[in-house]
Design a protein around this ligand. Sequence first.
Ligand SMILES: [Cu+2]
Length: 152
Amino acid sequence: MMKLISSLLFSLILLNTNFANAAVFSIEDAHVRATPPHSQNSAAFMKIHNSSDISRKLITVSSDIAERVELHSHIMSDGMMKMRQVEAIEVDANGTAILRPGSFHVMFLGLKSPLVEGENVRLRLYFDNGDEITIDAPIKKITTKKKMKHNQ
Ligand SMILES: [Cu+2]
């Protein structure tokens, strides 16, 4: 009987933890830029909502499609928009961080193969509260007006 009770209690604790984790962040509209053949780089975009009362940070993204995955933003430098690596992307308390072309994005450097429209890319997002979220982001064609130059 004690065994049953303790395993029930354990299950409840697990349920609670899962529920608490699931409630903090939600990811919407995640997608990855399709690439022409031989392209080395690509980027992922999404909306990250933080439904907690504490400001949080996206600190790392991992994926096996590229040799390196970095968090990037854009800055104006000498009158040109340039990409720059950032340590984290802030997700305000009860707010939404928007990763989009020309702003924050997840950068893939050294693609292992071209990214074909219609396929999915598995991404794992790591947050500063210890939360980890795995998503499958569809590959889409994205057209941007300006060519971006790397600043590294
Ligand atoms: Cu970038």
